[in-house]
Design a protein around this ligand. Structure first.
Ligand code: FE
Length: 249
């Protein structure tokens, strides 16, 4: 049920779920998400909705306005509140009544193909990405990760240049990653929903370079977005914890 209310559209929980399902299905199922950008029609701020399956949209680890001005609240409303939510809703729909409904997200990512893989992987990617950011982040890593960056890239500056180039040059939608590959750090790109675990790499850090990640705030200036995230938002503590966990295995 939808009720026009000023410039906003208020919907009942049931109606919201149905609308989200229809919109998400059109956007993401099949060969995968095509993205969606600031070109979407404006809508109300996202509202919490009950999970319609085993997978839930994780809360952001900070307030929706906490990353501004590098990443605005409006971008997070769309990116987390609409895109990430759509991946979760699609995933729940795709596993309904199937054995995958009882499996862990990582198991689905490692075994699924097509739309199921795309949505499961994008749920994982975004849940990981939000934790790669924090208000007042940026700078450089410390401790073991800093030593490993110097060992494998020569210096933090060389790592930063390589990571930035990977993020900026990824053709179309995708991700730039710092990964651990056989005991050494590497910078890699993945397209669309592809992700390190599919290649046997451990994810240490990522930046989402789908247009939906930056188009509201930066339009086509992906390099400015990447620079701002690296300089002001990267959560090196999270990356260091990932590195420590990956090297213990
Ligand atoms: Fe994204």
């Amino acid at each position: 049920m939808a009720i026009a209310h000023g410039n906003e559209l208020w919907v009942s929980a049931l109606g919201a779920a149905a609308l989200a399902a229809a919109a998400a299905l059109a956007l993401c199922v099949g060969t995968g998400c095509t993205g969606g950008t600031a070109g979407e029609p404006a809508g109300p701020a996202p509202q919490p909705a009950p999970a319609a399956g085993p997978f839930e949209l994780p809360p952001l680890p900070y307030d929706r306005a906490a990353l501004a001005p590098v990443i605005s609240a409006e971008t997070l409303d769309y990116h987390w509140g609409k895109h990430h939510r759509a991946y979760v809703d699609n995933l729940n729909r795709l596993v309904a009544g199937k054995p995958e409904a009882g499996r862990k997200l990582e198991e689905i990512v490692m075994t699924a193909e097509g739309g199921l893989f795309n949505n499961a992987a994008q749920v994982w990617n975004h849940s990981f990405f939000w934790k790669c950011l924090r208000p007042g982040g940026g700078g450089e890593p410390a401790g073991e990760l800093a030593e490993a960056v110097k060992r494998d890239f020569g210096s933090f500056a060389k790592f930063r240049a390589e990571f930035s180039a990977a993020a900026v040059s990824q053709f179309g939608s995708g991700w730039a990653w710092l990964v651990l590959d056989g005991g050494r750090l590497r910078v890699v790109q993945t397209a669309n929903a592809d992700l390190p675990m599919k290649h046997g790499w451990k994810a240490i850090l990522t930046v989402d370079v789908w247009e939906h990640a930056y188009y509201i705030d930066y339009r086509n200036a992906r390099a400015k977005y990447v620079d701002a995230v690296l300089d002001r938002l990267v959560n090196w503590d999270f990356a260091a914890a990932n590195y420590a966990a990956a090297t213990r295995r």
